[in-house]
Design a protein around this ligand. Sequence first.
Ligand code: ZN
Length: 98
Amino acid sequence: MWHQCPACGLKFEREAGYFLGAMYISYGLGLIAIVGIGLMLWGFTDWTLPRITFWAILLFLPLAPTITLFSRVLWIYLDQAIDPELPTPQNQPPRGSN
Ligand SMILES: [Zn+2]
């Protein structure tokens, strides 16, 4: 993941622990994905609930990195909407980069 946006110079991790809020989004998205996979397994198989739960979590695991990145993007959008970071000389993109 980039530390700074190459186009506008926005610093992504504004402070230590900045992405803690993204973990809440990630948790919600992960839960939605697991329940969705579980409902599909429930609809297409005649498995028991513990078996459906196990396989839903296992099938969710490959999606975890994508959901983590997506939740960070959503977190940055939410944070910029509430508390926008104004351009300063430190967070300008390097000259001649485009
Ligand atoms: Zn940008």
